[in-house]
Design a protein around this ligand. Sequence first.
Ligand code: GRF
Length: 221
Amino acid sequence: MIGVLASGSGSNLQALIDADLGAPISVVVANVPGAKALERAEKAGIPAVLVDHKAFPDRASFDRALVDVLVAHRVEWVVLAGFMRIVTKVVLDAFPDRVVNIHPALLPSFPGVDAQKRAFDAGVKITGCTVHLVDEGTDTGPILAQAAVPVLATDDALALKQRILRQEHRLFPAVVRALVAGGLTITTSADGRRRARLDGVGDRAEATLVCPALLPGSREG
Ligand code: GRF
């Protein structure tokens, strides 16, 4: 079972709903009243729960409430789809190496908020999106998969953001499906760094996910 946490429009949630993930989404949780993600879940017949972070005195008690909802819905994989809160040890300890996030840049470049605009402003020629396991840092957990997106001469920050989002919608369901299928291996190197290998996306990633906008005949980009 998959639990999705979202704060906003939920376009990534929609891509997950529309895909075959190999396991059902048993609950969608939002922390913002009126988040469109809740509406999308309800429309798809998925339990939609509001846990308003403003109702809690601190991060830990908010996270305990999240864990309660996720456990009640038998969640095994926690998917952050535009969830604009830092999750604490409370969530990470309840779901060790089972919390996954999508970030709209090629990590470790441009972690944190407003990544697309910061990449655009920096003048990078290639950016993209990253799906990674969540650890206690900000966008620092082991990388699972990435999709590259070229910055075009005609781009402004908004156009770039939208083109990255289209790749997010392809990459995220593919990664979640591979995780559910058991494709994850984590190794720790001698210097203590943890790395993830994910079988099941690499074969398609080579041709279609890594830089789809540059492929001949691609309608993306
Ligand atoms: C996406 O750009 C995602 O990478 C970031 O938050 C945004 C969520 O968009 N973490 P949406 O709510 O899925 O449309």
